[in-house]
Ligand binder design. Structure first.
Ligand code: ZN
Length: 241
């Protein structure tokens, strides 16, 4: 079952679960630990926490856009988004914590007051994709579930619900195919039908990466090879974002 096949209420529930996962792990960190390195190269946990808060604020703007019809972009530009995270990482830990909580609550309220017709109104993401407002739920779900792991204090891919993991597989493969990446790879998730990134390519030159769903998603999202087999030494997953 893919995230997109769930009802709106179920999608909101899974997303709230991700927010709780992230909030719980953030609460377990002491203030001095928030300044330490996250799982993401070049980002401290403070950068990550600033980003998660600003991401919810950006998705609030898309939700407002859908509600009012007045164009309010996620960010002014990619540069502004980056600057905001760098500046935000310098805020006090209390400000960082409060922003994550406040913006998540606000986003949830905005989603719950959106009219049925507004959910299908089109808005534009920072990548320039035009999507229905309902896509903001998925955009948030993947952020909170993955970034909880990126805090690096115990959250795991195996705790992410299956529909979220399945949709991550779809997203990553689509991004790789669009960018001509990973053409020699086949993903073997447990005993399922193998997924070839480039089915036109002959079977001979394929590298088959095997693991359970959570392990394969961890690898394809660039978060490490724990639990996957078949990986030649030093081979990293192509970038997907
Ligand atoms: Zn993110």
């Amino acid at each position: 079952m893919n995230f997109r096949h769930l009802t709106l209420a179920e999608r909101l529930d899974f997303t709230r679960g991700g927010t709780e996962q992230l909030t719980r792990h953030l609460a377990e960190l002491r203030d001095d630990e928030v300044a330490e390195q996250s799982v993401l190269p070049g980002w401290t946990r403070a950068h990550l926490v600033a980003h998660v808060g600003y991401n919810a604020a950006a998705l609030c703007r898309l939700t407002d856009w859908a509600a009012t019809g007045i164009e309010t972009p996620m960010y002014d530009s990619v540069e502004q988004r980056g600057r905001e995270i760098d500046d935000g990482a310098g805020d006090s830990v209390q400000v960082l914590r409060d922003r994550v909580g406040d913006t998540a609550r606000l986003l949830d309220e905005k989603w719950h007051s959106l009219s049925e017709s507004a959910w299908s109104r089109e808005v534009r993401t920072i990548q320039g994709r035009t999507v229905p407002a309902s896509e903001t739920i998925w955009m948030r779900a993947r952020e909170v579930w993955i970034h909880a792991v990126d805090l690096g204090n115990g959250a795991r891919f195996s705790e992410i619900p299956d529909p979220v993991l399945r949709s991550l597989v779809d997203d990553v493969i689509k991004a790789w195919r669009n960018n001509g990446l990973g053409s020699g790879l086949t993903l073997q998730i447990s005993e399922e039908e193998p997924i070839s990134i480039d089915p036109d390519r002959g079977r001979d030159n394929q590298v088959s990466i095997s693991g359970d769903l959570a392990a394969v998603v961890q690898w394809i999202t660039g978060r490490g090879a724990e639990g996957v087999t078949g990986l030649p030494d030093g081979v990293d997953a192509p970038r997907w974002l």
